[in-house]
Every structure is written in structure tokens, then in C-alpha cells.
Design a protein around this ligand. Structure first.
Ligand code: PMP
Length: 425
């Protein structure tokens, strides 16, 4: 329940939509209102979120992976609340215990020799830091990334990303980036040169439409990079902290990246936290001569670090990566069963752990299905770099019953969409 009467809900909704139209983003306001989601969000707990009218939604958007622990995980909330009432942001003078503890824990749980971490506020900042570290360590300018990739929307992240519609208006981007097809080793090998500082990849492309590469792709990339003395940056902003059924995608695919980018779930669904990490020798090149060569006012603030520490501990102690692996057959199997019933509408279901992409033949039907799912109380996501794909990223704490409920809503949403299309014809 929410504290608002139906009249108040209507008044607040109109007011918020109008302010979005005039002061935030008219396109977003119109789109959400048109789709029937103009009522503002109010509160969340576990895998469920409510709007100000009290309507409940099962959240399988999961904040694009942020809400791995669901909304307001008690341990994260408590850690942040305690820190909040003592010292919320950093002095920039003293050392910080939560920062020390989080970076040490990250070093312990990340694969291989990733020993040092720089804490920042978003995924794209983590990517920026990793790109800078790769250039300074290798002394080379070039980067190879994959078509369809998504690494954020700052200049560096955008330069590495792979959909022109988001890039063209901002040209010229950062020089030195080249893209190769995702999941194919030969074009990547051919693109590596003595000028290449690093290859940057997602293990599974998220915004690219949950594209899963061949099983041995990352190991082949690792080998090709080693042969040329090129660094491998693994962008685990989306896949990190259990999403694919192991703590990191690097564990799933059995590789050790030279640098890793983290974000989203690292903040436990309570604080924005990002990080990039690397081996000691890379850190030496980045910070050895000048410890302030890369820095951030808010990055590594005590609130964020307290959230990150509680989030990683909860993820490990509640065995959430194992949970994602155990739920995978129910989740992906259920989606595949739905897909098999509608071969004329659905092309394929892809995924791993609790990350799924449902590819439609027609992007307009995909958008319609997102809307009709919402009307049935299921939140599903659009994929920025592949509009044919509806993405599902439930919290890792999701129950079996909630997965079943989501599958039922999705099947209903597809039927609803087909009815709408039939009426239009
Ligand atoms: N990398 C990947 C793989 C992502 O999925 C995203 C966000 N969707 C980012 C980087 C950028 O993160 P942020 O939006 O926090 O800047």
C-alpha cells in the first residue's frame, strides 16, 4: 500500500510527467505515458517494485543488473545506514577503512592476479579507467572492441561500443578504436598489431542482445592477446557478481583478464559503485610515479565502499552465483518452451545463469511485448544495441515461484501482443 488516494496519484502523476516534459526528457515522458507507465515508482523490496498507486511489478529488468540482491537487501541497507550516520563522503585527507576492506576483498575474489582496485561511481567510469591504464602500461594507443558491444556512454566507453546510432552524433570520438565481429577469433587476431594496447570485451554481450560467444572464444582471445603482448580488458559491469552462475564470467570461461571493469551489482542495489582492477605491474605504471594520475571526488566514498563490501559478502555468503546456476534450467528452459510455441514471432532464446535474451523477428513486436508484459505486472527490458531482443535480468534472490510467475506473464504478454497486432491488421 502507498499513502496516496487515487486523486493524489493522478495529481502527482500529471505533475511528474509535466516536469519530465519541461525539464527532464520529453521523449521519455511521452514514451512511458503512451505505454501506460506514467505513474511514478514508489518502493521496492526483494524482486518486487511498486508504483505510487500501489500496483506491484515483478522486476525482471533488475535495474539492468543492479538489483542482483533485490531491492533494499537488509545487510547492505544496514551497512550504508551505519556509515551514513558517521561519515558519508570522504575527507580526501585520511585513509578509509571501508575502501581498504572492499579493495582487499575484491582482490581476493576476482580471478588470477587482479590485486589492485580503483573505486568509481559507474560502469562507464570503470571502462575509462581501464582504457587509460592499458595505454599508460603498454605505451600503445590502439584498442580493439566488438561490434554490438556496450561499454558506457562517456567518450572512451562510447568509442569502444558498437552501435552507430549512439556514436555518430558525437563524432569525432576517441581515436585508436577498431571493431571486429563478436565471437569470431580470426578477425580479432588479424586486427591485433604492435600498436594495440588492449582488447576490450564483454563475456556475453548484454545490450547487444544477450549474445553468447562460442564456449572457447575468450580463451582463444586470451591466447591471441598473449602472443602479441596485448592486454585483455574484461568488462564485467553486467556479468560480475554471480549473474552467469559463477562469481565472474572470467570464472565461467576459465580466463584471467589483465584488467576487469565492475559496476552495477557491486553497489548491492543501494549505492552506485564501479571499479576497475588490474595486476600490480599495471598499477605501478598507472600510479607508481604519480598516485593522483587518475582520481575522482566521489569515487570510493565511504557510503559506496560500505555498500560494496556488504554486497560482495552477502553475494558470497548467500551463495547467489550457485543460485543463479541452479535456477538457469528453470528460467531458460521455461523461456525456450514459450519460444517453441511461437516460432513465427520468436527467433531464439539465449543466455546463461539468470541473464536471458529473447530474440523476436520484428523489433516492433518486441517493444509491444515489453509493454504488454508491463501491463501484466512483469518488467522486461529493451536492448539498446539490438532492439529485436527483450532482456530479462531478475534479481539473483528471485524465487522459483517468481520465475514461474514471470514465465506465465511473458507467455500471456506475447498472446496479448499478437491480439493487438491482429486488431491492427
Ligand atoms: N559496460 C557494460 C557491459 C554495461 O552493460 C554497461 C551499462 N549497461 C556499462 C558498461 C556502463 O555502465 P554505466 O551505465 O553504469 O555507466
Amino acid at each position: 500500500m502507498t499513502p496516496f488516494t487515487p486523486e493524489e496519484v493522478e495529481r502527482i502523476t500529471d505533475d511528474v510527467i509535466e516536469k519530465y516534459r519541461r525539464h527532464v526528457n520529453p521523449g521519455v515522458a511521452n514514451l512511458l505515458k503512451f505505454a501506460g507507465f506514467g505513474v511514478p515508482e514508489w518502493e521496492g523490496e526483494g524482486a518486487v517494485v511498486r508504483d505510487i498507486a500501489g500496483k506491484e511489478y515483478l522486476d525482471f529488468v533488475g535495474g539492468y543488473g543492479v538489483f542482483a540482491l533485490g531491492y533494499r537487501h537488509p545487510r547492505v541497507v544496514q551497512a550504508v545506514a551505519e556509515q551514513l550516520h558517521r561519515l558519508p563522503l570522504k575527507t580526501h585527507y585520511f585513509l578509509s577503512r571501508p575502501v581498504a576492506d572492499l579493495c582487499a576483498l575484491l582482490a581476493e575474489v576476482t580471478p588470477g592476479r587482479l590485486e589492485y582496485a580503483f573505486l568509481c561511481n559507474s560502469g562507464t567510469e570503470a571502462v575509462e579507467g581501464a582504457l587509460k591504464a592499458a595505454r599508460v602500461f603498454t605505451g600503445r594507443p590502439g584498442f580493439i572492441s566488438a561490434a554490438g558491444a556496450f561499454h558506457g556512454k562517456t567518450f572512451g566507453g562510447l568509442s569502444a561500443s558498437g552501435r552507430d546510432v549512439y556514436k555518430e552524433p558525437f563524432q569525432p570520438l576517441v581515436p585508436g578504436f577498431r571493431q571486429v565481429p563478436f565471437g569470431e577469433i580470426e578477425p580479432l587476431r588479424a586486427a591485433l598489431s604492435d600498436d594495440t594496447a588492449a582488447v576490450i570485451l564483454e563475456a556475453i554481450q548484454g545490450e547487444g542482445g544477450v549474445r553468447v560467444p562460442p564456449e572457447d572464444y575468450l580463451r582463444q582471445v586470451r591466447r591471441a592477446c598473449d602472443e602479441k603482448g596485448v592486454l585483455l580488458i574484461l568488462d564485467e559491469v553486467r556479468t560480475g557478481f554471480g549473474r552467469l552462475g559463477r562469481l565472474f564470467a572470467a570464472d565461467v570461461y576459465g580466463i584471467e583478464p589483465d584488467l576487469i571493469c565492475l559496476g552495477k551489482a557491486l553497489g548491492g542495489g543501494v549505492m552506485p559503485v564501479g571499479a576497475f582492477m588490474a595486476r600490480a605491474e599495471i598499477w605501478e605504471a598507472m600510479f607508481g610515479e604519480n598516485p593522483y594520475l587518475h582520481s575522482s571526488t566521489f569515487g570510493g566514498n565511504p557510503l559506496a565502499a560500505a555498500a560494496g563490501l556488504a554486497a560482495v559478502r552477502a553475494t558470497l555468503e548467500e551463495r547467489l552465483p550457485e543460485r543463479a546456476a541452479a535456477l538457469e534450467p528453470r528460467f531458460l528452459g521455461g523461456l525456450r518452451a514459450i519460444s517453441a510455441q511461437h516460432p513465427d514471432v520468436l527467433k531464439e532464446v539465449r543466455g546463461r545463469g539468470l541473464l536471458a535474451g529473447i530474440e523476436f523477428h520484428d523489433p516492433d513486436v518486441a517493444k509491444l511485448a515489453i509493454t504488454t508484459a508491463g501491463h501484466r505486472g512483469l518488467l522486461a527490458a529493451y536492448s539498446l544495441n539490438n532492439p529485436c531482443v527483450v532482456r530479462l535480468e531478475p534479481p539473483l534472490i528471485v524465487t522459483e515461484a517468481q520465475i514461474d510467475q514471470a514465465l506465465e506473464s511473458l507467455a500471456g504478454a506475447i498472446r496479448d501482443s499478437l491480439e493487438v497486432l491482429a486488431e491492427l491488421e
